[in-house]
Ligand binder design. Structure first.
Ligand SMILES: Cc1cc2nc3c(=O)[nH]c(=O)nc-3n(C[C@H](O)[C@H](O)[C@H](O)COP(=O)(O)OP(=O)(O)OC[C@H]3O[C@@H](n4cnc5c(N)ncnc54)[C@H](O)[C@@H]3O)c2cc1C
Length: 510
């Protein structure tokens, strides 16, 4: 007897996104989170990449934008030691939202709760075992220990995932020695913020504006004239591994500045203190039997700005597949495609974030030359667009069975659709996260075939400008599972469509 369909360990962005997507698919998730309250730790300052498009496809983007703490920034994105500068492009390939992680988690929590997810805080999972039918976990709750079972367990429990250990899944990779510390602080009146942005520190003299490199690391200041509130930044190579959940202190920041710069900087108070280290690690399997991994539990990347995108997209990819299994209609191997697709996506992100390590490390002439050559390449639109797609994760084409139309495996474009009922769009149709057969060429043969799956697949007929295919079969995660060629003879696409419907959505409706 199971108590939930899916147990999710961890109410971070990946776990909460998964809970909401599972509810959309009619599954009962139980989220177990060890922290008694939602965290206020200043981790990510924003969200970027393809997940923003997916949130728009779920009708959520406006709500997320309304919660942003600042205006949507001009599209410039740090990439190793250089910048991807999209300001000249009217349709940049990469977007970002300045949505600090605590606000993001609040929005995701609200969404999952509105949809009816059971989220229990103050419940730490201490062990997990699986058999052929279920996974059973030991939980230490506020009222003592208890056990709970479900068909599946998903470890969204972050970088130091215990679920990963219990599932016996390896996490190979590299730990880089840089420790980055970011702070926004108020300086006491004894420190003068100079007109050029530098600081006059009592007993230490002038600290120049911008970045200062020393033999011990890098120090940076961001300041506004007349304000005692400044941003501070240090990078040092250290051998210590930090737990991201252990809060950084003002003393830790001051010690770091002293080591890098040799200056004791007085600080009155801090409004933001955060620290991160860089690791390139990826779980060698995202699934072992009934236990799966998503988010930081599955991957860590050695650059900022991409982890949330990867982790939340894992959740979107996994949810509908788990739901199909729980509802007893998953085709064989459907759940294994989660590993195939998202491990591939994680490996792409590892590729470009490792390249960023090479680009930002080193200050000898060879390293500077590498950065300059790279920056020159990025002055041209085509390589700039390509890098933008790589960082956003939009260049990923999942491997799909069959010969394949060029659109199969890609994220469905947001076509404007003219129907008998009025104008709609692919984004509007994806709000419910139901699979869709979109007939764009008035093809009764295809609609008839898809009607055999009417309980699981919605069929829509529409006209669109610049029709990319006669029909698109779109999965709940907005990826195209199958496409009919333009103007191909009626009935010729029926057998392949039938195969695709069976491969992704199981046996036809009764
Ligand atoms: C300083 C800093 C800056 C960052 N900046 C960015 C950025 O700009 N952009 C970006 O995309 N990413 C950024 N990141 C990374 C981002 O914060 C993580 O990728 C993200 O939090 C991962 O989400 P997650 O849900 O996978 O895991 P987590 O957020 O780590 O959540 C895991 C949850 O599981 C819970 N848990 C763990 N073990 C158990 C257990 N046994 N039982 C119950 N609950 C458990 C934890 O308490 C936690 O709430 C940054 C990280 C840091 C530290």
């Amino acid at each position: 007897m199971t108590n939930a369909d899916v147990i999710i360990v961890g109410a971070g962005p990946a776990g909460l996104m998964l809970a909401a997507e599972l509810r959309l698919a009619g599954v009962r998730p139980l989220v177990l989170e060890r922290q008694p309250q939602r965290r206020n730790t200043p981790k990510a300052g924003g969200l970027g990449g393809q997940i923003l498009e997916l949130l728009r496809y779920r009708g959520l983007l406006e709500r997320f934008e309304a919660a942003c703490t600042g205006p949507v920034p001009a599209p410039r994105f740090p990439f190793g030691g250089v910048h991807l500068d999209f300001t000249q492009l009217t349709d940049p390939p990469l977007h970002a939202l300045p949505l600090p992680q605590p606000q993001l988690e609040q929005l995701l929590d609200e969404r999952a709760s509105e949809l009816g997810a059971d989220i229990r805080r103050g419940h730490q999972v201490t062990g997990a075992v699986q058999d052929e039918a279920a996974v059973t976990v030991d939980v230490q709750g506020p009222d003592g220990p208890y056990q709970v079972s479900a068909r599946y367990l998903v470890g969204c429990d972050g970088a130091r995932s215990r679920v990963r250990d219990w599932a016996g899944i390896g996490f190979p990779g590299t730990v880089y020695p840089e420790v980055n510390r970011l702070a926004q602080v108020t300086l006491p009146d004894t420190v003068t913020v100079l007109g050029d942005g530098g600081l006059d520190v009592p007993g230490a003299g002038t600290v120049q504006a911008g970045f200062t490199r020393t033999d011990h690391g890098l120090f940076g200041i961001g300041s506004s004239p007349g304000s005692q509130v400044v941003s501070l930044y240090t990078i040092e190579d250290e051998s210590t591994e930090y737990d991201d959940d252990t809060p950084m202190t003002i003393t830790e920041l001051q010690d770091s500045i002293r080591r890098v710069l040799g200056v004791t900087l007085p600080v009155k108070e801090a409004s933001r203190l955060s620290r991160f280290t860089f690791k390139a690690r990826q779980a060698d399997r995202y699934r072992n039997g009934r236990i799966l991994l998503a988010g930081d539990a599955a991957h860590l990347f050695p650059a900022t700005g991409v982890a949330l995108n990867a982790g939340m997209l894992d959740a979107v990819n996994l949810a509908w597949k788990l739901a199909a299994d729980v509802h007893g209609r998953a085709p064989a191997d459907l759940l294994d495609t989660y590993h195939d697709e998202r491990h591939l996506a994680g490996a792409r992100t590892t590729l470009h974030t490792r390249a960023q390590v090479a680009l930002r490390r080193g200050h000898d002439p060879a390293a500077e030359a590498l950065r300059q050559v790279f920056q020159e390449l990025l002055a041209d639109e085509q390589p700039l667009r390509r890098m933008g797609a790589l960082v956003a994760g939009t260049d990923i084409r999942y491997p799909m069975p069959g010969t394949g139309h060029p659109l199969t495996g890609t994220f469905a474009p947001d076509l404007t659709l003219h129907t008998d009922q009025g104008t709609t769009s692919v984004a509007d149709l994806m709000h419910t996260a139901r699979p869709i057969l979109l007939d764009l060429a008035g093809r009764p043969d295809l609609r008839q075939t898809a009607r055999d799956w009417r309980d699981h697949v919605d069929v829509h007929t529409a006209k669109t400008d610049d029709r990319p295919a006669d029909a698109l079969l779109i999965r709940p995660d907005a990826h195209i599972a199958w496409a009919a060629g333009l103007d191909e003879p009626a009935d010729s696409a029926m057998p392949p469509l039938r195969e695709a419907l069976s491969a992704w959505f199981g046996t036809p409706s009764a």
